[in-house]
Design a protein around this ligand. Sequence first.
Ligand code: AMP
Ligand code: MN
Ligand code: MN
Ligand code: MN
Length: 277
Amino acid sequence: MTELYDLHCHSRASDGALSPAELVQRAQLHGVTTLALTDHDTTAGLPEAQLSATEIGIKLIPGIELSSNWQNMCFHIVGLGIDPTYTPLAEATFALQNTRMERAEKIAAKLENRGIAGSLAAVTKAAGDGMVTRTHFSDFLMSQNHVSTQQEAFDRYLAKGKIAYVPTSWAELELVVGWITGAGGVAVLAHPLRYKLKGNALKRLLNVFKDAGGQGIEVVTSRMNTDEIRQTAGYATRFDLAGSVGSDFHHADNPWVELGRLAPLPENIKPIWELLN
Ligand code: AMP
Ligand code: MN
Ligand code: MN
Ligand code: MN
């Protein structure tokens, strides 16, 4: 059987549309043989995902996608093969529930100031027991016809510098990498081209990330063209980082972002799964 890895995706424990079990089943349907569930700042979906993976016979890597700060910008660090019971990590994710709820209250207040009422009730209801994210706000803004797409919700309201943007102090990048490595996991810089950093800034970031113990970089994510993959592969080689592949799947509405729908990892790149036992 050919192995197919997808090492980045979201369930309803954060801003995904599927339950952890549904996600695992969908991954198998799309040919994935090893899946990492990497919800934003939470490991709450892992037990259900593991049960389902065992039942249907696909391999599940326990993961997380942690928000971090470096030079006042937000970067996402994927942790793969983590022990979710490692105390510093468990305490961090517990605290992050409050961080996210407090941020949601502030975002809701900003929307309220602009005459958009009711967002807090809607997003907390939609998030349920899971983490509240800006995606829940973009869903709300769409449902109320304030915007017609998620992109428009971010461009007009939620992205950095926009009407309802609330700066958040996430933990510093070095600390976040330490939570992951302390939990026995491998730290991977998520979607490196999405931060729109100039080459030099990205190189400085990668130096800091490496020094902190980071071992991987997402070389292949959804919707990347060959030139972009060449770029991320170049960073992997230059910084001696293993390459990861992950769709960043959230929901089934976009056929271009699908579980397992990924270009192959370039052959000269060390695969991250060789670092996972
Ligand atoms: P949060 O972690 O709560 O700040 O929410 C971040 C999530 O919002 C990301 O994981 C994406 O799923 C989504 N997101 C962030 N920026 C954008 C954007 N510009 N357009 C669409 N979705 C975005
Ligand atoms: Mn997300
Ligand atoms: Mn991300
Ligand atoms: Mn993600």
